[in-house]
Design a protein around this ligand. Structure first.
Ligand code: 6PG
Length: 465
């Protein structure tokens, strides 16, 4: 009997697409789903790939269909369903088998699960998968955390199905336990910031310069041919130029401006704060989505605080450069968080490799990521992108435009929380002397917290009376 190379549990959008991708690369894939009536339609849709699929309605049959040591990829909702599945499937497994959670899991859960399974003989892998349905079917970017044993099992399959950049697969074993899911979370945080900064520039052009959606879309299309080239720039250009067939209006004008989130952007911000960092460009994006949900408040506050935003005078080149600076800074913040997590959790994350596997397949793929990968390969001082010579040169060129854009937006009363957050970060980080000397004075004044003097080491106090 043919035995399967891998099992995929969960035939939702992402699970189905990954299973078909693996089958198309010649792997035999056992599949199952909690709702068993999804299985037959999936096999029917697999067409000529169906002979590489082993469907199983029963979990025991599914496990029995797998070659040992087994590899099972779970593509199910994160959280409690994953814990329940681990409890159900583990008794059916043996030493050396691997369970993979391929969802957008909270890396704290992944660490907890990996720790709970250590010593059982069954390995637990947290794997971030990016690229949406299209990516999963034709080449996603994948961020793997877990044991070397699991990586050895998985590697041929994930390398075969991954997106490729210069023929190198966009997948890597980034570290143990939660490393893969943490990197995916930060990927999503950068995704939030990038989307938000694009939306902020759209807002400046729409409300400040009075441009229509398709005109703005055409501008993004031109920008996509230059330094801003990226998947998100490309889909923005397309989305803005699509017309609603029902009304003939631009589609975007028919969409309620209220955005939700599944949590990964918020997790990035929370984890950044826990690590002693602050991802201000990502915070701006998370906040913007949260504030967008207060529609009734916004409707009532609009006439009270009305402002005339029109007549914004920013050239296309200035906005392009501003967006480039914002994109560089949000990535620099994301990588700073990764560096902090790597140190905090002892992961030895390879930041150059991380940038490399984001160059194709994932949602934040962009021309910039190739530059960032080269900057990390050249080993920037203290692992900080803003100190990498080529990136610093790019920032020196583009920062004046970001400053001009944020200043004009602030004057016009147009919100740019992500762009301004990015600017505040670089402005703070590029002051050799900041203003926390006064914060320290205040803390010592009211709380006797102590401070260090500039002229000698060691903690001291002042007599503030
Ligand atoms: C990806 C995406 C994908 C999804 C996220 C974000 O990398 O393919 O990040 O994982 O878009 O779940 O979704 P929200 O915007 O709903 O949080």
């Amino acid at each position: 009997m043919t035995q399967a190379d891998i099992g995929v549990y969960g035939l939702g959008t992402m699970g189905s697409a990954l299973a078909l991708n693996m089958a198309s690369k010649g792997f035999t894939v056992a599949v199952t789903n909690r709702e068993t009536d999804w299985i037959a339609p999936f096999v029917a849709e697999a067409g000529s790939l169906a002979d590489k699929i082993i469907p199983a309605e029963d979990l025991k049959d599914f496990v029995a269909a797998l070659k040992t040591p087994r590899v099972i990829l779970f593509m199910i909702p994160s959280g409690a369903p994953m814990d329940a599945m681990i409890d159900t499937v583990t008794p059916l497994l043996e030493d050396g088998d691997t369970i993979i959670d391929g969802g957008n899991a909270d890396f704290n859960d992944t660490r907890r699960r990996a720790a709970a399974m250590a010593g059982t003989g069954v390995h637990f892998v947290g794997m971030g998968v990016s690229g949406g349905e299209e990516g999963a079917r034709n080449g996603p970017s994948m961020m793997v955390g877990g044991s070397d044993h699991s990586w050895t099992q998985l590697r041929p399959m994930v390398e075969a199905i991954a997106a490729r950049f210069n023929d190198a697969p966009c997948v890597a074993h980034l570290g143990p336990d939660g490393a893969g899911h943490f990197v995916k979370t930060v990927h999503n945080g950068i995704e939030y910031a990038d989307m938000q900064m694009i939306a902020e520039v759209y807002g400046l052009l729409r409300d400040g310069a009075g441009m229509g959606a398709s005109q703005i879309g055409a501008l993004f299309e031109r920008w996509n041919a230059g330094r801003l080239s990226s998947f998100l720039t490309e889909i923005t250009a397309k989305a803005l130029q699509i017309t609603d067939p029902e009304t003939g209006q631009p589609m975007v004008d028919m969409i309620v401006d209220q955005a939700g989130q599944k949590g990964t952007g918020r997790w990035t911000v929370i984890e950044a704060l826990k690590l002693g960092q602050s991802a201000s460009s990502i915070e701006g994006a998370v906040g913007a989505r949260a504030w967008s949900s207060e529609r009734e408040v916004r409707r009532q506050a609009d006439p009270i605080f009305s402002k005339n935003a029109s007549g914004l005078d920013l050239s296309e080149d200035t906005l392009e450069q501003a967006l480039l600076a914002g994109r560089i800074l949000s990535h620099a913040q994301g990588f700073r968080i990764l560096q902090a997590a790597s140190e905090g959790f002892d992961w030895s994350l390879d930041l150059a490799r991380t940038a490399e596997i984001w160059r194709a397949g994932c949602i934040i793929r962009s021309a910039l990521l190739d530059d960032l990968a080269s900057a990390f390969r050249a080993d920037p001082p203290m692992g900080h992108l803003i100190l990498a010579p080529d990136i610093a040169a790019d920032l020196k060129t583009s920062l004046p435009a970001l400053r001009q854009t944020v200043a004009a937006a602030v004057s016009a009363g147009l919100p740019v929380p992500s762009l301004s957050g990015a600017l505040q970060w670089i402005d703070s980080l590029s002051r050799a002397r900041g203003t926390t000397d006064l914060i320290q004075a205040q803390r010592d004044f009211f709380g006797h917290h102590g401070f260090e003097r500039t002229d000698r080491p060691g903690k001291t106090h002042a007599d503030w009376s």
